[in-house]
Write a protein that binds this ligand. Structure first.
Ligand code: ASP
Length: 594
């Protein structure tokens, strides 16, 4: 029978007690984690969000009613006790428990609630099926690791908010029911009852609102914004996620970056006790692609990619020579001391792997400890050119080399993917290291093969670099943008840019993207109109709080860092959403079942 609190008031959390509290009378409340009945004396672990403490129910000090209450306890019952904090006997100390040197001798107890046997274990050891965990998420969240996750998340968000406020930012909320925004994903739509046949879109980001806030004179805006994108789920994607969204007036990229990196510094200090040194390193997109084959390079390990065209031009191997003649790229990468760890079979598997990135194959070379070579292509290369290759790559016995020839970006991208794969296979990345870097000067546009037109690489409001204005007309593909991404250990944390603040340039951008004047005005007319009324130069950034949490907690699933996430197929297994609605609701919304 559940009892009421009455005049009982909790005065401490379980695992906040330390030896300093010995002799103190405390009132604790929480969940029963485990019961051991030793006959006449009963040990109960009581749990709350701080952790566990051992309670002792001893027949020598207790009336019969309280002792029999203790005997009725089962896992997950909700219990309140009053008792005395005591030091444990030396033999009874439990090193595994934060409170392992103390215990609470119970004087009085109240059973606040019983609990049915939970369908999942609430400790971390149990390897429960994820679908069951998601169905009973409220119980799953009782696990110590999940409790820790939510606490670290709260700390992180607080550290960021503190930083933003200290830097003079104003927190503004923007609508959830809005119009399609320009991030390029599919929208979630909400049918309107009052406007038959019309829909709101859930925001993919507050992009347009935050630009309008600059126009309104807010100067520095931020918000923890929920963003909604109807994309196919992946472990690192959720249909709704949280961004720290910010925008600033009268700034250049460096000003925005300084604010963002300051927020990261604060978070790493607070959550990890790590001191990140600022300013963070910066690398242009071109350099990132040339050296790492990726716009989000993991800098915890080396393996830089080299351009070998000068060597390949007359290397004797016709595949490489032809590639150079056709204006393609021959690139190479060295894995130090990897030769012994890569058998012929593994090399062949790597060859298959790179083919999935649209290159024709992988040329590899492994130097044995005695200096002899194993290789897929060495037999085609004369000795002097081979010596030249080894010396250019500074290759030593035990090293392995990889070469790819293809169209420049195709070859670099495949090599970049191989770099990441090899680093995993060879365990090169230090899991305790955090390498943050800015990637700058992205291309403004991307050619979309399917649509037969350009799309914005970031979004259509991104400012081209002034140096490249003259290329806009004839070589738009060469124009660089004033945009920047923040990358942490090979993962894009977020992106931002300086925005176009002149309506004529914005219209020009829309036309490059293939919008007619009318289309541009139908979709973004309110913005183009607004831009006429004195828009300050402005720019901003947004980073995924969930993604940052994944890095801080060392997990590779977004579902581990969100209290109530969606499953892989975008459904909520706990509430069973999406779900059917009543016919009457459909009618009100002017929708018909098909
Ligand atoms: N709205 C952009 C995004 O969500 C970020 C930005 O440009 O500020 O990626």
């Amino acid at each position: 029978m559940a009892e009421f609190l009455g005049n009982w008031k909790r005065d401490c959390r379980c695992a906040e007690l330390t030896e300093q509290d010995i002799g103190r009378e405390v009132t604790l409340m929480g969940w029963v984690s485990r019961v051991r009945n030793m006959g006449g004396i009963l040990f109960v672990w009581l749990r709350d969000r701080s952790g566990l403490i051992q309670l002792v129910f001893d027949t020598n000090h207790l009336d019969e009613k309280t002792y029999s209450l203790a005997e009725s306890l089962r896992s997950e019952f909700v219990l309140a006790v009053r008792g005395l904090v005591k030091k444990r006997d030396a033999a009874a100390v439990n090193d595994k428990l934060k409170t392992g040197t103390i215990e609470v001798e119970v004087k009085e107890a109240k059973l606040l609630n019983e609990a049915a046997t939970p369908p999942i274990y609430t400790d971390d050891g149990a390897n429960e099926n994820e679908a069951v965990r998601l169905k009973y998420r409220y119980l799953d969240l009782r696990r110590p690791s999940m409790q820790k996750m939510l606490q670290v998340r709260s700390k992180t968000v607080n550290a960021i908010r503190r930083h933003m406020i200290a830097e003079g930012f104003i927190e503004v909320e923007t609508p959830i029911m809005t119009k399609s925004t320009p991030e390029g994903a599919r929208d979630f739509l909400v049918p309107s009852r009052l406007h038959p046949g019309e829909f709101y879109a859930l925001p993919q980001s507050p992009q347009i609102y935050k630009q309008l806030l600059m126009l309104s004179g807010m100067d520095r805006y931020f918000q923890f914004a929920k963003c909604f994108r109807d994309e196919d789920s992946r472990a690192d994607r959720q249909p709704e996620f949280t961004q720290l969204d910010l925008e600033m007036s009268f700034v250049e990229p460096k000003d925005v970056q300084t604010i963002v990196e300051g927020a990261f510094k604060e978070v790493f200090q607070e959550v990890k006790g790590l001191d990140i040194s600022l300013p963070l390193p910066r690398m242009t997109w071109k350099e990132a692609m040339e050296s790492y084959g990726s716009d989000k390079p993991d800098l915890r390990y080396g393996m830089k990619i080299k351009n070998m065209n000068d060597w390949a031009n007359d290397c004797g191997f016709s595949i490489f020579e032809t590639a150079v003649n056709e204006g393609k790229r021959v690139c190479a990468m060295k894995a130090d001391q990897a030769s012994g760890q890569l058998s012929r079979k593994e090399m062949d598997a790597l060859g298959e792997f790179v083919k999935t990135y649209h290159v024709k194959g992988l040329a590899w070379l492994a130097i044995n400890e005695d200096g002899s070579l194993r290789s897929s292509f060495a037999k085609f290369i004369p000795q002097d050119k081979m010596d030249e290759l080894l010396s250019m790559m500074e290759a030593k016995p035990g090293d392995a080399l990889f070469l790819i020839a293809d169209k420049r970006l195709t070859a670099l991208n495949a090599m970049g993917q191989l770099r990441v794969k090899l680093a995993k296979q060879l365990n090169l990345a230090d899991p305790e290291a955090y390498c943050l870097t800015w990637i700058t000067e992205f291309p403004l546009l991307e050619w979309n093969e399917e649509a037969g037109r350009y799309t914005a690489a970031h979004h259509p409001f991104t400012m081209p670099m002034e140096e490249d204005f003259s290329l806009l007309e004839d070589h738009p593909e060469q124009v660089r943008a004033k945009s920047y991404d923040l990358v942490l250990n090979g993962v894009e944390m977020g992106s931002g840019s300086i925005r176009i603040h002149a309506s004529d340039l914005q219209e020009k951008m829309f036309s490059l993207l293939g919008f007619t004047h009318e289309e541009a005005w139908t979709r973004f007319g309110f913005l183009l109109e607004a831009f006429k009324y004195g828009t300050p130069p402005h720019g901003g950034f947004a980073f995924g709080v969930d993604r940052l949490m994944m890095q801080l907690l060392g997990t590779d699933s977004l579902r581990d860092v969100i209290a109530f996430p969606k499953a892989q197929n975008a459904s909520c297994l706990m509430m069973d959403t999406p779900s059917e609605v009543a016919e009457e609701q459909l009618t009100q919304l002017h929708l018909k079942r098909n």
